[in-house]
Design a binder for this molecule. Structure first.
Ligand code: AMP
Ligand code: ZN
Ligand code: FE
Ligand code: FE
Length: 280
């Protein structure tokens, strides 16, 4: 199969959440790699967009408004990608703010859990990592655990301490999947089920599939072919959109290379047009 000339990566993070590239560095990297479009999908914030939008416009590069919301379905954490919404929509901004408040409490609970294990990180040290008033979460805590020599790698930090069900884990206040989808729809955006292969229980996949998603992420960084087949078949059956992205995080996830998954021209242009209408 030949490499398509048009590729748009719809899933990547900047240092407004747990990526390591600034918005400008990320867009420049996309341009250097010959991508034709990008959606920045920071966790629970759209704050990078203003700077990213300016840089993209100055370089005649097409940037799609995006976000990756953390949500809960019962005990199961589910990530929802939002695209093409109105960037100034009050409901989206309010949901981002709720997540910031939720994360403040949750980070505090995780640090307290670590403290009980005699692993001391103070909040100030954690929030010093945030240059942008963006989203701080477990990968930032993991980076401090590495810096202090408690663990050697991100994986080890999650496997031993921070992952679901591990001793320092805290889920935080749940914000439901249903509410998250509704908020994206209220902003005339599209709600896409992110990396569905990470949902551990098949009963959860079955229970959430009647919800009003607009699509799922059927192409994902380093997806084996059988995964792509499974999820694209499900999307086709449901008449959902099939999106793709790398989940690029810079150095936080060095194996997720920008542009390693993408969407083609037709889908990108329809998402981009929808965004332009919503943001006029
Ligand atoms: P949080 O948003 O604070 O819940 O942290 C979620 C972030 O941590 C996401 O970007 C995940 O990709 C990352 N993450 C989750 N599990 C792991 C893991 N085992 N190793 C490395 N990163 C992980
Ligand atoms: Zn992340
Ligand atoms: Fe995610
Ligand atoms: Fe992501």
């Amino acid at each position: 199969m030949s490499t398509p000339s048009f590729k748009a990566d719809l899933h990547c993070h900047t240092n407004f959440s747990d990526g390591t590239d600034s918005p400008e560095e990320l867009i420049q990297l996309a341009i250097d790699q010959g991508l034709s479009g990008l959606a920045i999908t920071d966790h629970d914030t759209t704050a990078s967009y203003e700077r990213a939008h300016t840089y993209a416009q100055n370089h005649h590069f097409r940037l799609l408004p995006g976000v990756e919301f953390s949500s809960s379905y019962g005990k199961e954490p589910i990530h929802v990608l939002g695209y093409s919404f109105s960037i100034r929509n009050g409901g989206i901004l309010q949901l981002c703010q709720r997540h910031q408040d939720r994360r403040k409490k949750r980070n505090r609970a995780i640090l307290q859990n670590l403290c009980r294990m005699n692993i001391l990180i103070d909040e100030e040290e954690l929030y010093q990592l945030d240059q942008n008033y963006g989203t701080i979460g477990r990968p930032h805590i993991a980076s401090l655990l590495i810096k202090k020599g408690v663990v050697k790698t991100m994986e080890e930090a999650f496997d031993k301490l921070l992952g679901e069900g591990k001793p320092a884990y805290d889920a935080g206040e749940p914000i439901t999947l249903e509410e998250t989808i509704q908020t994206i729809h209220n902003a005339n955006g599209l709600a896409i089920l992110a990396h569905p292969h990470l949902i551990k229980r098949q009963s959860v996949v079955r229970s959430i599939s009647p919800l009003p998603f607009d699509g799922l992420e059927g192409y994902y960084a380093r997806f084996p072919l059988d995964q792509t087949k499974r999820w694209t078949e499900m999307a086709t059956k449901k008449n959902w959109l099939i999106t793709g992205g790398s989940d690029y995080h810079g150095q936080t996830k060095p194996n997720n290379l920008l542009g390693s998954s993408w969407v083609e021209k037709e889908l990108f242009e329809s998402l981009f047009e929808r965004a332009q209408k919503n943001n006029r």
